[in-house]
Design a protein around this ligand. Sequence first.
Ligand SMILES: *Cc1c(COP(=O)(O)O)cnc(C)c1O
Length: 404
Amino acid sequence: MKLPIYMDYHATTPVDPRVLEAMLPYFTDNFGNSASRNHAFGWVAEEAVDKGRKQVADLIGAKPKEVIFTSGATESNNLAIKGVAEMYREKGNHVITCVTEHKAVIDTCKKLEKQGGRVTYLPVQKDGRIDLDELRAAITDKTILITIMTANNEIGVLQPVAEIGAIAKEKGILFHTDAVQAVGKVPFDVNEVKADLVSLTAHKMYGPKGVGALYVRRRNPRVLLAEQISGGGHERGMRSGTLNVPGIVGLGKAAEICQTDMAADTARLMALRDRLSEKFHQNLDEIYINGSMEHRLPHNLNISFAYVEGESLLMGINDVAVSSGSACTSASLEPSYVLKALGAGDDLAHSSIRFGLGRWSTDDEVDYVVDKLTDVVRRLREMSPLYEMVKEGVDLSKMQWIAH
Ligand SMILES: *Cc1c(COP(=O)(O)O)cnc(C)c1O
């Protein structure tokens, strides 16, 4: 077993060697510009782009023409939300999203508000999912877009996207979903979800960084987007710029591998994840799982370790790469807004850890991480007067705290 251990697959994934192998010729021999229509270098590149487009489309049940390549999911989210807001301005200015979205959605929505748009940020229930009645109640005759993620990047919770898509369709509102964490990991079909716009990115599914895609529905309805990057009219005029041919080859190959390996990967990762969870529960009390276990990505676990201090917890496991409920969103030590939205207090949010398993995670790694964390948590709790009081049967919620 090699140290440090990588257990942060929601942040990024290594490039699969099969993906790298497919990409390499497109940096050297096949370096052509896919927009060069009049010579063989261009044709070879174009053919590779077409193949990548089909591989991505096949993974999500789309038509190749509905796939627009971008620089990643941050751009895809921006293009979807700003592109709709600009294009459908006549129809309305109201967008519905949710408080646990990725910053690439939240900050884009904030920008719309600055420009006079209206945004509803739906709360989530204790399990991390939105309430469909609240969604229905938020819709007005000015609503042009619902944007709700498929799977959350911190707690792995799956939103009821098929139901959301059905509501959007019934009301004639466009539905965008940031499906970055779900695509390639769990079955996702644009028609089952009735999604009109879907964001995905290569580097969360064993492809390279800096390339992603936006699915844009072409029929029932035909979705139009105002371009956010102008110049040259590439990608049906929705996203100009010379295509990242090696990146697209990598994204395509990554999509193909995810599709063929999904069932096996899922079964293996779910077993690993359950091993991780069971061992923690055997070793430690006062630990809490954040988010629904039923509606969840197979490779995610997010646990709050009560009565330990977040910073000390992370420092004690410096040979294990995980994310904490603190630093996730920014350089500052704000507690995670996702965990707070579930109702966690600041202390519990800070002492939370996201475990993201992936294609190269092993039993040995899981066991090492559990042992290491168990030691650290026990050691920190020995120094915690609060934990001692709880063990002595004191009900902390009934305590009178004196503020100084
Ligand atoms: C990583 C991530 C993004 C951003 O993708 P990039 O390709 O890194 O820009 C957006 N949404 C979610 C849910 C993510 O996990």
